[in-house]
Structures are given as structure tokens and as C-alpha cells.
Design a protein around this ligand. Sequence first.
Ligand code: MG
Length: 385
Amino acid sequence: MNFELGTLNFELSSYAMRENLSRGRVHADHGIPYRGLYQRDRDRIVHSSAFRRLQYKTQVFISVMEGDYFRNRLTHTLEVTQIARTIARALALNEDLAEALALAHDLGHGPFGHSGEDALNEVMSAHGGFDHNAHGLRIVDLLETRYARFPGLNLTYETREGYAKNYAAHDGSPRSRSLLGFAPDEMPPLEVQLVGHADEIAYDTHDLDDGLVSGALVEDDVRNVSLWRDVEAQVLAEDDTYKTDHRMRWHAIVRRLIATLVTDLMQETQRRIREQKISSLEDVRKFDGELIGFSKELNVRKRELEHFLMQRFYKSERVKKHTDFWRERLKQLFHAFQENPNLLPEDSRKRIDSGKESQERAICDYVAGMTDRFASRQWETIVNK
Ligand code: MG
């Protein structure tokens, strides 16, 4: 590791997001002198009910079916946040903004992880579909109700932009930013760009840990992945304990893998910033491409690891038997509310009656807000009665 630590200070770089450059909040809001703009965004996110519900939502393993050891959406979110903060601080970017973005990045997930998202997208196909990024924005702009003067959390433009960044990546077109109401044809600040990569670093590494500990992955198979193999060799040379204690070995490999990915990302980003002569936020916004990213060499190896996780873990029998099961049940639950909207809570029914929302969107909002265990109990009482 030859990352230059000269940037480890508390002065922001010239291309970092600064509060005086923020595009601000939609609704005029009072300020508090001792708390910054993005600190307040962060606090609003942590105090939201959608954030608390992340603790009972699936990351990969369905939480009501598997043990309590494994990652859920909340612990995943915390891992993403510490990686994002580390990178932001080391690159002298705005750490408060990176933190707020990371804490908010998965708020839009429904119960049962990606299988829940697929189920909701399917039942909503004729009514505008369902996407966790678009839904995350809906939560922070509309569905969290805690202020008399405005709906939602009234977050800053830049924190909200996180959903557009990932939505755009998902959709494959930068112009899809405008579908969520953000200025098209410009790139988001570096803090926004980095959180998507912190997310990848977190799940690429913690999914190896969960996969191995659960037995869904076998160590000999994981050794086919070149990044794992190389890092394992470094770890074994470090201490003999790692040769005999497999749990200790996996922990050592996973933490070194995180460091390897983080270091490469920072070095490559610094290289791109130098090469492109980026010296202001405006340069970042105007630049046609991502400035935060991994080196070409590491990217190839990272994709190999992700392909392995997809084939051997996410699509494994162990994971699929539960996700397939809950995908069907969530659709059944949605249809049960469709047949009998009186089963919905009062505020969902009010939104339908006011004409502001289609019945389907209101049901989708309600079901997407459920935790795994609440959805499973609702299925028992409403569908399986
Ligand atoms: Mg995530």
C-alpha cells in the first residue's frame, strides 16, 4: 500500500462538496448554528422510521428463516457507512454528506431483499413499477411524515441525489436522472459517486463471510477467485494461527480484502482527478464520466469475485429456496390488499380516497415499508387465514 496520507487533514479539497455550494432543501427550513446542513440530513435519516425498519429487512439471507449472525439491511448499511466515511475523509471530501448518503442508500428496500423488489415490480408493472432507489426518494420526500409544514424529511438536493445516482446506474442511462427530477447531463458530486462503490466493497466482502460461515460457500471453491487466493497468501505469511484457525483466517482475509479494495479505489480516484485536472465541484459536475472508481486491473478481478458470488451464493439453492418462497407470498399479500383495501391502515386509505395516489401505489408503499417479520405475520393473518 503506497497511498499518500498527506491528504488526511480536516480541510476539504477544492473539488469537495461545500455547504455554501449546496442546492439546498425544497422547503425553507430554519438552520441551527452548531449543526451543518448534511449533519442535519444524517440525523433526520437516523431518526426516520424507515431507517429503524432496516434491522428486520433481508440483505441476502431471509432474516425470519436464517440465524441472527448474518447481515441484515441495517448492519450492511452501517458497514457501507464506515467505508464511505473512511474514503471521504482520506480524499478530503465532505464526510458528513458521504455519511448521510450511505445511511440513506438502502431505505427504499422492501422486505425480503431483491426477491421482494422483484415481486413488487411485477405486481406494479401496469402501475409504474417498483425500484428501490425511486422508492427511497419517495420515502424521504413524501412517506416519512413528521413535520407540520412539509411532507417527508426535506433533505438537501445532494443527499437526495444519491437515489438518482444508483437509479441511473441501474437503468444504464445518465439521463434517467431527470426521471427522478434531477438536472440531466451532469455528474453528481464525488461524495455521491463514492457511496455506490462503498456499497459494492461492503457486500462483495461481507457476503463472502456470510456465505462461508453459513456453509452456503465452501472455502476450496472460494479459492478459485484470484483476489481471495492472493489475499489469503498474504494473510498466511503473516501469522501461523491463520493456517489452523479457519474462522480467524476468514476474518483476516475479509478485512484485508476491504483494505485492498478501498486502497485501490482511492489511488485510482486520485490518479483520475490529477489526470483530468479536476479542481472544483463544477469540474466534477461537468466531467463526462465517473471520477471515483477502481483501477482497470482490480476491476477485472472484482468482477470475477462478483460473478462467483452471483453463481455460487445469490443463486444457490440455500438462498433461492427461501427467496422464491417469499417472492410468491409477497405477491399474494399485495393481491389480498387489492381485493380488500379496507384491510389497509387508515392513512393508506386516506391517501387513496383523496385521489392523490392510485390504490396500487398506496398498497405498494405499505407493503414495501414492511419488515420481513411483519410481512410474514401479515401473510399469516390475511392470506393464510
Ligand atoms: Mg446496499
